[in-house]
Design a protein around this ligand. Sequence first.
Ligand SMILES: C[S@@+](CC[C@H](N)C(=O)[O-])C[C@H]1O[C@@H](n2cnc3c(N)ncnc32)[C@H](O)[C@@H]1O
Length: 355
Amino acid sequence: MDATNQALRWQADQCDALGSPFSGTLLRAAADGELGPLDDLFAAWAGREPASHIRDATPLRLLGALHHLTLTGAAPVLAGLYPDQAPGTDWTALIPAARSALETHRAQVADFMTSPPQTNEVGRSLCLAPGFLIIAARTGLPLSLQEIGASAGLNLRWDRYGYDLGGRRWGDAASPVQLSANWRGAAPARTPPVTVAARAACDQAPLDVNDEATALRLQSYVWADQPARLARLRGAIAIARTTPADLVKADAAVWTESRLAPVEGVASVLFHSVMWQYMPQATQNAVSAAIDAAASAATASAPFAWLRMEPDLSREGFPMAVRLTLWPDGQTLHLANVHPHGAWVDWLGDRAPAP
Ligand SMILES: C[S@@+](CC[C@H](N)C(=O)[O-])C[C@H]1O[C@@H](n2cnc3c(N)ncnc32)[C@H](O)[C@@H]1O
């Protein structure tokens, strides 16, 4: 089996395990040759190891390209077999329709596959929200949000969504984005209303969802049999279009160096989700230095917080950990272990000291 097929099969298994049998079926069909010869689409990775395909997410590029053809209206027959656009899936018709769409729209698919997938998972707001609430409750100050690796900045608008946090409602009950999880543990403590004073963010490749083509591309990477994720993404895009935020193209090291200083009368919050691992060591070190500098300048009236949701590589079986450090006292709390998309939350509480 060649490297492309190994990667396609690996990703198919991942999709199955993460609740997308539709994506798993399509990718397995691709690996079995049922979508026709695909060598030209993977030519840039010819001779590479499977790990190289996985690092560059080549199977997800193919999957995204197919979904994109359906969302743009280019492949209406295939769209009629996609679960986000038609009820039920006719599995016997799906594979020939996908093969035909790939043949007809070859140049478009090849072009789509030249860019790496870029996502912005709104479900992560559910994992971060309790941290923001704790910062607001402990400081009694408006929040100045600063996000690195923000993608489209959808989690920067977290306070515009509605939440069920372990049975406790918070946020905008009329928002098109309503987030809930399989919550284990007590609900977070009640908090007073939160004011967001500023929203700023950087990404090395920011996505402007005011641009329809960009918004559609972002939706293409959501697995078609996960309609709830797609619906909340669309709701968050609509909210982002009416909730201003200063999202710029910048490397996290450069951006944090120039702007993390605490400000009198607001709680400055640096946050990030699922981005730390993508920064090279030197960039991580530079961001850490900027955090240290801001932390040492923090006071009770100009506090600084660092909230993050990142893979917890030290703990087997805990895919992601949410941690919060709040200065001037500098205590770190391990708030929760969470599913990568916020499907479940193991809430540890705001009193647990971080190990
Ligand atoms: C997996 S995505 C996560 C996006 C978003 N935080 C979320 O949780 O949905 C990682 C993001 O980090 C960005 N990124 C990676 N390295 C970066 C760097 N050095 N500086 C700024 N952004 C970076 C990528 O462009 C991408 O948008």
